[in-house]
Design a protein around this ligand. Structure first.
Ligand SMILES: [Zn+2]
Length: 280
């Protein structure tokens, strides 16, 4: 996809929140960008300003997830980054995006998945639970800024600003693009930027707290089976084999983003648990 301008700002000229919506932090997650193409020509901003932002420009142009490193791990202080990260193309992008996020009151980051069975969900922290509750997600999930620091969510959480990272479902499903559009509109409506007649979600929404991430110890991590995102697994379930070592669940959990890996030291799966209260 060719991008002519990396930031499209629509300013109402009236007081109100500065809201930033970003798509393509992972370049091949086209869902958010398709939603932008449908929304931007028709949207009317009545208060504040809205920035529509294309995240990883070069990766979007090449339709790949990233050029050098994962852009969504670079939104951390410089002294927490490796030399490889700091010399990457993505680092220069993160510097520009950080400035934009600093000027924003709220951020919505749109992602989608290459996995056909992916479950749409929202990554959120406490200050954004109320907003997420009105979006069409059956699951919201907290704790990601701890298990995967350096995401856009982590960056905004450190400033205690409203932010949601929306995982919209399978990339090639038209439903995902529709969902992304609805989510963007709901977010802008709740931020007061638009005044469209939009149905807010009022169904059930489970809170799953991500508490553990597994990094591979060898270059041969094989899952015991394919796991659906948020599939429930009992304590002691065999998740996979890392080299020779059996990796099992230490407690009853929901497993998320589980993938076979042939590299050492990379993220292989995340475990979450259900929270009954919304204290986390
Ligand atoms: Zn993504």
């Amino acid at each position: 996809m060719e991008i002519r301008k990396d930031v499209i700002s629509l300013d109402s000229g009236k007081p109100g929140k500065i809201t930033t919506i970003v798509a393509g932090i992972h370049g091949n997650e086209i869902c958010g960008m398709k939603a932008f193409a449908k929304l931007i020509p028709n949207i009317k901003i009545i208060a504040g300003k809205v920035n529509f932002v294309y995240g990883n420009l070069r990766a979007i142009e090449k339709n790949v997830r990233e050029i050098d490193v994962n852009l969504n791990r670079l939104f951390r202080p410089d002294d927490e980054l490796t030399e490889t990260e700091k010399s990457s193309y993505e680092y220069s992008r993160s510097q520009k995006l950080k400035k934009l996020f600093d000027q924003s009151d709220a951020l919505l980051d749109i992602h989608s998945s290459r996995n056909e069975n992916s479950v749409p969900f929202a990554i959120v922290a406490k200050q954004s639970f109320d907003i997420a509750q009105k979006m069409p997600f059956k699951i919201k999930s907290s704790g990601w800024d701890i298990v995967e620091p350096g995401g856009t969510d982590d960056y905004m959480n450190r400033q205690n600003k409203i932010n949601i990272c929306a995982e919209c479902g399978y990339n090639l499903d038209p439903e995902s693009i529709k969902r992304a559009q609805d989510i963007i509109k709901i977010f802008l409506k709740l931020m007061g930027n638009i005044d469209e007649d939009i149905k807010l979600y009022n169904g059930e929404q489970k809170l799953i707290h991500a508490y553990y991430i597994y990094h591979t110890k060898t270059n041969n991590f094989k899952l015991n089976k394919k796991f659906k995102d948020f599939e429930f697994i009992k304590k002691d379930t065999l998740i996979g084999i890392d080299g020779e070592e059996k990796i099992v669940a230490s407690e009853d959990s929901y497993i998320i983003f589980a993938l076979n890996k042939n590299q050492i030291g990379v993220e292989a799966f995340i475990l979450g648990k259900k929270c009954l209260s919304e204290e986390k």
